[in-house]
Design a protein around this ligand. Sequence first.
Ligand code: AMP
Length: 275
Amino acid sequence: MQQVVTAKQELVEKLRGVRGSVGLVMTMGALHEGHRRLVDAARAECDTVVVSIYVNPLQFAPGEDFDAYPRSLKKDLEMLRDVDIVFAPSDEDMYERSPLITVNPGDVATRYEGRTRPTHFAGVLQVVAKVLNLVRPDKAYFGRKDAQQLALVKTMVADLDMGVDIVGVPIVRDVDGLALSSRNAYLSSEERSAALAIVRALETARAMGSAGPEAAEKALTECLSQADGVDVDYATIVDADTFLGVSSDARYGLAIVAARVGSTRLIDNMEVSFG
Ligand code: AMP
């Protein structure tokens, strides 16, 4: 039966009595099928499933969409009926004070997403570390939609010996191919059609993979340069683990895109095989 917990102390007490494996899914709410896929993966593999719903102020810079970010706790809880514990803390409970000790996400966090959002990954890793420490799960599930976040979480867990298995879950897309995102709610119907150029460009890059990384990247950027209403932030091919450039003998890479459609910033990615 679903239990909703709003305080850290209560969460820790509830988990103390739990036997068997624990799976954790961290979200910012406004849940959709992409989040649900993470929960399904956790449900299939773990005895107890914990889902956190928390719009983390630390990962939003001033002027970003923290206030506008969609919040729909009641609907979210219905989508999580089969989850054992939903942790939905207040800001006051999550951060009793402004943290004195913080996670430094290193150089990778200054690239791509981190170039446009310089404080983003420090904020993400701070809250991920806190919730991992509170829940102490056996497995934690993250979407490959946020590929740079996934790479950084894996790196943090390895470098700080956090002893949790980080599972990457494939991207869930809408029928038209657009990657599901809580931010898609901001798009008008014209913007949504324009946004499909992102997934088309990624598919073109994937189709060019056999010609090598350079050809795939060229196809990606050319395709996006012809797209109307899509203002590209970055579009390139990286190593999915390091977010550095792919080596010449790499067999796989990750085509990554961030673009603004209207005032909405979207990110997406697709694995490209060079075989
Ligand atoms: P968010 O609520 O946007 O912070 O996302 C919470 C988790 O859900 C993150 O691990 C995301 O990568 C994952 N996620 C969001 N959208 C998708 C999607 N379309 N497919 C797979 N995972 C997703």
